[in-house]
Unconditional design. Structure first.
Length: 506
């Protein structure tokens, strides 16, 4: 395997000492959990991120090297690969619309080429488990693309490990959230026929163990591995097992063949926090049986006692994390495809075009600290402090047009960090004790932000400042603003008054 600086055998480097690992997708669900596991194993970690600020508030941020870059930009990928022993490829386009297969293919090609040029010792990729004997053209676009990415990386000329998993069970994973909400909210379910498909779920802890352990594979190991837990069962059985673990009454499940993956994804999107754009690839992947055909990974990453973790134990661990509000990352940690990425307009003379602003300011009979506590706790179960029915209707409308809606909630009930999803917003900036800026991710004919701040008055009490900004796209955007502006006094004015009252009451 030639090219560039030559390939290093990382299994021999440093006689078991730490390796330099590059992690892409660190803002996502798996990547955000892999980084601390690699650090705990004694490795040095570099993270490649399009927006490094999204990693700023992670507890491990000060222990890693964070570089700005994009997997579609060969120059930034090449720079990030310098001095790297192991490169983790944990990015994929889940629910990004048409053209995502081409994007995935090109990104994987760039990653493999730059890894070969830099002399990286191993590429590790987490893909999807594909059904045996099913032609590629019959696979869901999502599974087909993930399989193709694995092949592209295996053809890169760099020793590559491709791990293929089916349903990943862990607190905050999209698969777990889908299973959890379907089972908890629907004691009687009319379900698609795919609930009778056999699958082999795996606990996220085992996924992370395999990812970390794969870094030390010998240079002559160059292949795919199926990874899964010890249980093979249907999705219907999984819902029954969840109900048992969560101590819920037995669920009545009635499969209906007419519910296609497309229709069922909209049904899942309405019932669970997982939007249809993400639910659809998940449900389409369940059309065929996805069961491991081998467990060869154990030759290189030995299973400790009690591993792989069984489904019941995985569900119990995930539920305990949710109940204890200790969810490190969620499926919504990664930005929604197509979400705005333009900078915030910061002054009235902003050169980006029309800008509408709604400003509110109130003196608060409370300390700035008490006011900040209310601001940072907004959203999720605490709501938005004004016109609950209006917020609920807006969330349902967003769902109906394929948006994320309000039900994403919060990762943590009390604390926020940059990059967190917050219902149909995302935290763009946070200055603890003073400023919270949210960027809208609902479907809008423009870009929108909501900014809240707590400042001290001259007498040491708090002053609450609130600013909503909207940058319209075209005539529809202008029409949207003027159609909703009559309700701003109720929505934004009520929000300001109720936040101030909540801080005073506290």
């Amino acid at each position: 395997m030639n090219g560039g600086a030559g390939v290093r055998d990382v299994s021999l480097d440093g006689a078991g000492g730490g390796l330099r690992c590059l992690v892409t997708g660190a803002t996502g669900y798996i990547g955000g959990r892999l980084v601390p596991e690699l650090l705990a194993a004694g490795h040095d970690v570099r993270c490649l991120a399009r927006t490094p600020a999204k990693l700023r508030d992670h507890p491990w941020a000060g222990d890693v090297d964070i570089v700005r870059g994009d997997v579609m930009d060969s120059k930034s990928v090449g720079a990030a690969m310098e001095g790297v022993d192991v490169a983790y490829y944990l990015v994929h386009a889940l629910g990004t619309g048409q053209g995502f297969e081409r994007t995935d293919r090109e990104a994987a090609r760039i990653f493999g080429e730059q890894a070969r040029t830099a002399g990286v010792g191993r590429i590790i990729y987490l893909g999807g488990l594909t059904p045996a004997g099913v032609p590629a053209e019959e696979l869901s676009p999502h599974l087909r693309s993930r399989a193709e990415v694995g092949r592209v990386l295996l053809d890169s000329g760099v020793p590559t490990t491709v791990l293929r998993a089916a349903v990943i069970i862990g607190s905050g994973s999209a698969s777990f959230e889908m299973l959890r909400y379907l089972t908890e909210r629907l004691p009687v379910m009319v379900t698609p026929s795919w609930v009778r498909t056999r699958i082999q779920p795996i606990a996220v802890r085992d996924v992370l163990r395999y990812l970390v352990g794969s870094a030390r594979m010998p240079a002559d190991v160059h292949r795919t591995f199926d990874i899964g837990g010890p249980d093979v069962l249907t999705y219907r059985d999984m819902m029954g097992r969840y109900a048992s673990v969560a101590k819920l009454p037995r669920r009545l499940i009635l499969p209906v063949p007419m519910l296609t993956p497309r229709l069922s994804s909209h049904w899942v999107g309405l019932v669970t926090p997982v939007p249809s754009s993400i639910a659809r690839p998940l449900t389409e992947s369940l059309r065929h049986e996805v069961v491991c055909r081998e467990h060869d990974i154990a030759r290189y990453v030995a299973d400790p006692p009690g591993a792989p973790i069984g489904l019941d134990a995985a569900l119990e661990l995930a539920l305990r994390r949710v109940q204890d509000a200790r969810v490190d990352t969620r499926w919504s940690s990664a930005s929604v495809p197509g979400a705005p990425s333009d900078p915030l307009p910061t002054d009235p003379d902003w050169a980006g075009g029309s800008l509408y602003t709604d400003r509110r300011e109130l003196a608060v009979d409370a300390s700035p600290r008490a006011l900040w506590h209310v601001i940072e706790g907004i959203g999720g179960d605490n709501g938005w402090y004004s016109f609950p029915l209006g917020w609920a209707v807006r969330g349902w409308l967003d769902r109906l047009v394929g948006g994320v809606g309000l039900r994403r909630g919060r990762r943590d009930a009390a604390r926020l960090r940059v990059g967190d999803s917050l219902d149909f917003w995302r935290v763009e900036e946070i200055e603890p004790g003073r400023l919270l800026r949210l960027r809208a991710e609902m479907r809008l004919p423009g870009l929108a932000w909501l900014e809240m701040s707590a400042d001290p008055d001259a007498d040491g009490r708090a002053r609450y400042r609130q600013r909503a900004l909207f940058h319209p796209h075209g005539l529809l955007g202008h029409a949207y603003w003027w159609s909703v502006s009559p309700f701003h006094a109720l929505v934004f004015g009520g929000m300001a008054r109720n936040i101030a009252a909540a801080a005073a009451a506290a």
